[in-house]
Each structure stands twice: as C-alpha cells, then as structure tokens.
Design a binder for this molecule. Structure first.
Ligand SMILES: [Zn+2]
Length: 563
C-alpha cells in the first residue's frame, strides 16, 4: 500500500516526465524567422531567427536550427527579411508626466509647418467641446517649421476661436489666446507676477506670447485644469502604445516639474492591471525647497531602492536632488553642503542618484560633492549619473569615469544647435556632445531625448541625430570625431541605457536568457540612408515576448493590453 508520500512521489515523477517532454514544455512560444536580427552581442552577430519562451529570448541563430525547435503551439512569425533590434530604452524621458496628459493634449511633434500645427489645433477644437482647454505642452521648436517662426495670435484665433489655448515653448515661453488669458484671469502684465513679461509687437501691442523663467512657465501650467484620473489612465496607455510604435520598450523617468506623489497613481493602476506595455524605472524629483531630504526620507520609507518588478521599478533620487543646485552655476557653500548631506544619505542607503546638470563650466561643484561622498561610500556600485551636460570636456568626463558615474546624453542639440552655434562658435559645436570621447574612455552612456516638453520622444529622430549630427532645420553640427557608428548609437539606446537601471544583464541585447524585448522595423536601420532613420517605425514590438504593438503585415498578432 502506498503512503500519501508515495502517491505524491509517483505523481511528481509523472509531472516531471510531462514537463521534460519537448512538445509540452520545451517548445518556444514564438519564433521569428527569416530576418536580420541585430543582436548587439559581444561579437555584433546578425542572426536570421530568434525563439522566445516564457518572456525571454530562448535561442538566436540560423533559420533551420531555430525552426527545428518549434512545437505544435509555437507561433511562427515570418520577418520576410526585416530588421529586428533590441527594444529601445530612453534613459531620460519625462514619460510619466507626458503620459498623464497624453489623452488631453495636442502635440506638435513632427509638424513641419505652422499650417500643419494649426491644423492639429483645429482638429482638436472640433473633437472637444467649445470651452475645453487645448494644450500644447512643448516638444516643438520654431526651427522645425518651414516658416522658422512661432505662430501668431491671428493664426491661433483662426484655428480655435471658441477654446482657450495654451502653448508652451521649452521652459521659456507660453502663448495664450484671448480665451486662454481670460480663463486664467490674466488681464495685465501685473497678473503674471514680477518675473514674467508680455511680449509686444512694434506697435506696442501684446502678441499673446509670455516670456519668463522656468518657474513662471511651470506656474502658468499649474493653473491649467488637470486631466481626470480616468483620462490619465487612458493617456498612460495611449502614450506607452505610441512609444511602442516607435520601438521603445523601456524608459527611465527622472520625475520633473508639475509632478507630485499623486501623479504616480494612474501609472501604478495601469501596472497593477497588468496593462503596462513599457518597462518604467523612475526616480524621485525633490519636492519642497529646504525640505528635500525630509521629503525623500519620508517617501522612501515605503519605497526602498529597487522596489517593484521588471515592469515598474524605483531607482533612487533625482534629477533634482536639491533646489539649490538645480540650474545653478554658482552654488554657495551652504547649498553644496545641503546637497552633500542628501547625496551622502542616498549613498549610505545604497541608492542611485541622477542629477540634471547643463553646463560643463560649473560641473566641478557637483563633482566635488560626488568625490567627497565617494570617500565614504564608493559610488561605482550605485551607478549614479549626470544628465545633459552637452558641452562636457574630457577632464570632467574623466572625473565621472573615475567615480563610476555615468552620463545620460540626449539630442538637445537637434533643437538647440543654432542658438548654441551663435553662443559658443563652430569649434564648440563640432564637439557637442562629445559622444566618442566618452565612449573611448569607457564611460557608461545612455541614449535618450529628455521628452516631451523640450524634445520629441521619437528615438529614431535621436538616433538619426547621433549619426548625422544635423539639427531639425538641417544644419550640420557635430564633427566626425564625435560621431558614433550606427551600431554604437544603437548600443547607447539599448544596453547603454540599461546599465543605469542595473538591467544590462537582463535587456538591451538579443541573447539567450535576456528579456524578449524587441522591435521589427519598417526599414533597415543599419543600411537605410541616414536621413531616413528618423522616419523608421516599428511594425511589431514585443515586451517580455508579448506583442504590445503590431501593424501592417503583423496586425493580426496584436493582443489587447492586459491579456
Ligand atoms: Zn533635466
């Protein structure tokens, strides 16, 4: 007579045999065949086929050997020669905020003329009720328009006579139509506060454009009505789908202005509903001036470093750590001491820190603090980073390298090349940003955009700019010495970005055991003329082996999010 344990053992051995049977357990879920798979492995292998099982890359190789792995339930996808890349990762995108507003904002990303931009306003005015706010929250520059100028009040009023309109240009200007000014109770310049001005035409009449500091502009934005919780959930799903359409499967979010604790709730809801189609890693942006450390300590009591999972994870503090060292080229000793105390606390807790820093000339203030902390708590294992610093010089990059601090590099020059040339001259433009100098010294570098207020979120626009150095208006900038190859650029946007979130052993390349995050492209990124890179899209995007976006020949593979 068998004991219960004996029955259990017999049952387990049957189960074991069943699991070991190739048809039942070993077969891949999906096989991609007949493609050009840019694996980005150490040998830069281009493979023909790839098998996915349990959300991971199971095997990569020749078509015959991969095909032979198929079981009766394996989904076979014919790539028909198309190029596949590892899913792109933007290492510095304000994606959580962009997502909150995506369902209720108008965007001008990619609009080539004022007429096209106004058409988008007109279409939104038609789609929404009269009186509904129409908001363009950034992501554009006059340089992208054929007219090379900003729109006028007459153009805006013609496009949207019955809706209040707010248009933001970087963090420097806002543009309101008369209905918008009225809705915000702005009648005279005095209503704007001391740090802002109405721009006037030659006749002395207000043009509708307001100029002011970033605090003034974000203050104006804060007066606009917020989307509802439901609108923010819809926006989050739609925005991540839009990113999936462009081959993105991951993003690092550095917080930002207008973003408070409750702003994260729609994202958490989508995550809990298993409807996230992007891997989101986020850091906490300092909240109240003077109370930065207190706020971070309070928030992280229940949010330890690394909290979350492979879809949503907490990754330390920044890109604002202390207001006294945010966009301040001349911090006082007291401000540096305050920063040191916060940075030291973060390091002592094993936390990552990312810091927004624009200008190389003042970066020594920040690096001094980092080096001071490093004496007590080595920074290298914590993977800290400095974001932006387009004009970085080799000595500062060397100091970062010595600390094991990485560089988050974006295509700010794509919009900003012309003013930078005017300010700094051609020699500086040729070196900016010094991508190859950083790569040659072995610095960790992540690709990205800093979208969506100051830049388009399109990764292919950023990749095109990396390899051809041209601004949106077509002006050449970076010289050949600082121009990466296409493969190097792609590596920055995949495994380069993955390093900053401790994910370089999990994603960023297509090798067996890595997460099956990938995109099948409309054109071959590796060989298409450089000026066509920016127009590449994904036809099929997978996150963890799940189809999150499919179009054209692959449309039938699309599952609804959450399945
Ligand atoms: Zn920043």
């Amino acid at each position: 007579m068998k004991t219960p344990i004996g029955y259990l053992a017999a049952l387990l051995s049957i189960l074991f045999i069943a699991l070991a049977s190739p048809a039942l357990a070993q077969a891949p879920d999906t096989i991609l065949l007949n493609g050009k798979i840019v694996t980005l492995d150490a040998r830069s292998t281009i493979a023909e086929a790839l098998a996915v099982r349990d959300g991971k890359v199971f095997s990569v190789g020749h078509a015959d050997e991969i095909k032979a792995l198929a079981g009766p339930n394996t989904r076979i996808v014919d790539l028909a020669g198309r190029t596949v890349i590892p899913g792109l990762i933007d290492s510095h995108m304000h994606a959580i905020r962009a997502a909150l507003f995506y369902a209720t904002e108008v965007n001008w990303i990619g609009a080539k003329s004022i007429a096209e931009a106004m058409e988008r306003i007109r279409a939104a005015a038609k789609a929404y009720k009269p009186g509904t706010w129409l908001i363009v929250a950034g992501g554009w520059t006059p340089q992208q328009f054929a007219e090379k100028r900003r729109p006028t009040q007459a153009e805006l009023v013609a496009a949207a006579p019955d809706n209040p309109v707010y248009i933001q240009l970087f963090y420097a200007n806002a543009f309101l139509n008369p209905a918008g000014l009225k809705a915000l109770n702005i009648a005279t310049e005095a209503d704007l506060g001391a740090a802002a001005k109405f721009e006037k035409d030659e006749g002395g009449n207000a043009t509708g454009w307001i100029s002011g500091s970033s605090a003034v502009i974000t203050g104006l934005f804060d007066k606009l009505p917020l989307p509802t919780f439901e609108q923010s959930i819809t926006g989050t799903k739609l925005f991540f789908r839009e990113l999936n359409r462009l081959g993105l499967t991951g993003v690092s979010d550095p917080g930002g202005f207008n973003l408070v604790a409750s702003s994260y709730l729609p994202l958490f809801r989508v995550w809990q509903d298993h409807a996230l189609t992007m891997r989101v890693v986020f850091s906490l942006f300092a909240q109240r001036p003077g109370k930065e450390l207190e706020d971070i300590q309070a928030m992280t009591q229940m949010l330890p470093m690394g909290f979350g999972d492979d879809m949503l994870r907490f990754n330390g503090i920044g890109e604002n750590v202390a207001w006294g060292m945010y966009n301040n080229d001349n911090p006082t000793e007291a401000q540096k001491q305050q920063y040191y105390e916060i940075a030291r606390w973060a390091a002592s807790r094993g936390m990552t820190l990312t810091q927004h820093w624009n200008n190389n000339k003042s970066a020594h203030h920040l690096l001094d603090v980092f080096e001071r902390v490093n004496k007590e708590f080595p920074l290298a294992p914590l993977r800290w980073s400095i974001a932006h610093m387009n004009d970085a010089t080799p000595d500062n990059l060397e100091r970062m390298k010595a600390l094991g601090v990485g560089w988050l590099m974006q295509n700010a020059m794509y919009f900003g090349g012309e003013p930078f040339l005017k300010d700094r001259g051609i020699e500086a433009v040729r070196r900016t940003p010094p991508i190859m100098t950083g790569l040659k010294m072995g610095l960790a570098i992540g690709g990205g955009t800093d979208a969506h207020r100051v830049m388009s979120y399109n990764p292919f626009v950023s990749l095109e700019w990396m390899v051809d150095g041209k601004t949106v208006a077509g002006m050449p900038t970076r010289g050949p010495d600082e121009t990466p190859s296409r493969e190097q650029a792609l590596r920055l946007y995949t495994q380069g970005s993955a390093w900053f979130t401790f994910d370089d052993d999990k994603r960023g390349t297509l090798e067996s055991g890595k997460l099956a995050d990938l995109a099948v492209l409309t054109k071959d990124y590796m060989t298409v003329p450089a000026d066509e890179i920016g127009g590449i899209e994904s036809l099929l995007t997978m996150v963890g082996g799940k189809v999150v976006y499919a179009a054209g020949p692959y449309q039938a593979l699309e599952q609804s999010p959450g399945n």
